[in-house]
Design a protein around this ligand. Sequence first.
Ligand code: AMP
Ligand code: ZN
Ligand code: ZN
Length: 431
Amino acid sequence: MIRLRAMLAALLAIGLSGCIVAAPPPPLPALLASAEATPKPPVTILVSIDGFRADYMARGVTPRLAALAAAGVTAPMAPSFPSKTFPNHWTLVTGEVPDRHGIVANKMEDPARPGETFTMASDDPFWWNAASPIWVDAEKAGIRTATMFWPGANVAWGGTRAADWPHAITGGTRPEDWQQFNQVVSGEQRVNAVLDWLRRPAAIRPKFVTLYFDTVDTAGHLYGPDDARTNAAIADVDARIGMLVDGLKALRQPANLVIVADHGMAATSSDRVVALDKLADPKLYRVVESGPYASFEPTEGNDAALAKALLRPHDHMQCWPKAEIPARFHYGANRRVPPWLCLAETGWLIQPTAPTAPFTGGNHGYDNAAPEMAALFLAHGPAFARGRTLPGFANVDVEPLLRDLLGMPLDPEVDGTDAPFKPILIPVEER
Ligand code: AMP
Ligand code: ZN
Ligand code: ZN
């Protein structure tokens, strides 16, 4: 017993002397409190709700977006032509119109790659290399980025595909963290992935993040913009935005949120179809794309005959050779734009033949100035004034805004400017 007491005393003495040389770490609550006392710098989160028409906000089904708008900035934003998903998502992150950045359509061909077709699954940098997306410029400037889906975010930008081994890409830059697009990953999983990135230690936490939702566009196509099921999809994405906002709050992570859409949605119907085969002999042309607009190439030796057929006045459709597309569309100089473009009146569809069964639904790709094509823009966070509405602006201006938020210099080569945001950006020292 006496020996045990002596041993305990000796152990205690060793312990105490240890305390004198190295102080014990502070208790966990004190550590947490000090971590909380150091405010985290704001992260910039670019959210796309595909096909969220600007006026969907007025339907009373988006309480979380409405709360952000009341404490932030909103505007109707004009997409670029054509008002399709891939061209506009690439414009939003490059600041260039599709004719310049090279993603001129969701489906396209290039004379430099005969026999190949670009589709929404194409990740060969060849198609994307004409303009660098903001995450590439940010990564090069030492700003860590992460993309929870975005068209082009899976591309090794600037890289080259090996001719003999099509899956091998040499070089190129991707976001530090990115995910291969998969439509079945739920909105909840997407938001949780973003929150998990932001839960990381500062050294590996992204400063710029993208997040993408596709369900509002899908419902808009299937049911049309005015259907209750489209409103349900809108309400569901609103709840996911709520999850994101609540999650950021729980993490005490300030964020500048820029929530956008790529285009709007117009109601379509089998009663509003322009059947091409009734206007021009199908032997005269090969259709590249059809729908809200159609693009064509004349078949061998039929240039003049096709021109004659297309240039006649048509109900609900207007056609131009690519060199004569009106200047306001900023479209037609790129070699990937086919020789002929016909644009349908908003709500009409150009199809190779007349419909064989009745249908209703929704579509986009129309005149980018049509009110039905106007897209959501909503910004909220320490960089933004509260409760302001801006007059409309073009979506080429989003990339310069993102550069301001990330503290990156503007790129004078792009088509957009940050001028529309000057009245609502809070000076850095006051944020
Ligand atoms: P759109 O035909 O213009 O309406 O394109 C919308 C569709 O694009 C969505 O329903 C998605 O399925 C698809 N999509 C969106 N992002 C990607 C991506 N990163 N890769 C492949 N497909 C995508
Ligand atoms: Zn879209
Ligand atoms: Zn769509």
